[in-house]
Design a protein. Sequence first.
Length: 290
Amino acid sequence: MTDPDLIAYARGQASAQNPAPTGAPAPLPDGSGIAVAGLVKQYRRGQQTVTALAGVDLALPRGAQVAIMGPSGSGKTTLLHCIAGILRPTSGSIVIEGAQIAGLSEKALSALRLARFGFVFQDGQLLPELSAAENVALPLMLAGRPRAEATGRAQQVMAMLGIVELGPHRPGQLSGGQAQRVAIARALVARPQVVFADEPTGALDQTTGHEVMSVLTGACRATGATLLLVTHDPGVASWFPQVIRVQDGRVLAAGAPVAPQAPAPQRSPQMTQQTSSPSSGSTHPRGAAR
Ligand SMILES: Nc1ncnc2c1ncn2[C@@H]1O[C@H](COP(=O)(O)OP(=O)(O)OP(=O)(O)O)[C@@H](O)[C@H]1O
Ligand SMILES: [Mg+2]
C-alpha cells in the first residue's frame, strides 16, 4: 500500500492538515446528490501557494455518472479528493446527500468515507498480504461490521461482478484487469452512495480497460451509486453521459458528452462468467466503443 490517502482511508484518518473551510452550505433543493459551491484548494509548496482549485461549482443528481477530464495538473485529482473528504478544501462548500463534507471532523469524515464512499485507484491499491476476498471485505471490517457479515457481503459483490473464483488469490497473483475488478468489488462492498475513481484504467490495455469500464459503470448503475471518474482517455469518457472539463482549477464546461472514439476491441467473454446479472457489466451507452 503506497498511496498516503489510501493508508489514511484504511486507518480511518484524513490525510490533509489544512484548515477548516468557511463556505456556506449549498445543498440541492431536495438535499440529494452532490452540490459543490465556490470550492477553492490551495497547496503550500515552499514559499509558494499553488491554487489547484480556483472556485468550482457543481451540482450532480444522485446516481449521476460523470467523467472529469482536463490537462495534467488542472486539478482533477484535487477536486475528486476534496469531494471525497480525503483533502480539506481551503474554502467552499461540499454537500453530499445532505451532509456538509467540508466542515466535518476527521473522525466523522473517516466514518463517512467508510460508510458512504467507494474508491478505485489507478493500480487497484489492494493490500498484498490479504487475499482478494479479504481485500473486498476490508472496508466493512474497518467499519466494525462482524467478520461473517463482511465476508458474506464480499462474496455477494464478487458474485455480482463475476469474480468469485479470484477470492482466494493474493493481489500479486492477479492480472491488472482482475485486480481492478477486485478493487471495484471493494469499492462497492459497503453499498456506497458515491464511487470515486481516479484513472482506474490508466494502467490497463484498451481491451481490459473497456471491460473494467463496463463492469464499473454497470455495477454503479445497478446499485444506484453516483460515479465520479477522472480520466485522460476520451475512450473512457465516452462511457459517460456527462463530462466535466477542468482547466487551471476551474470547471470549463459540464454536461457535454464526449464523441465516441474509434472502435475498441471486443469484450472478453471472461468478464461475464459466473453470473448473468446485468450489473456485472454494461454495454457502451452509445454503442461506439465496442
Ligand atoms: N500535495 C501537493 N502540494 C503542492 N502542490 C500540489 C499538491 N498536489 C497537487 N499539487 C498541485 O496542484 C495542481 C493540481 O494537481 P492535481 O494533482 O489535482 O492535478 P491533476 O489534474 O489530477 O493532474 P494529473 O492529470 O497529472 O493527475 C498542480 O499544479 C499540482 O502540482
Ligand atoms: Mg491526477
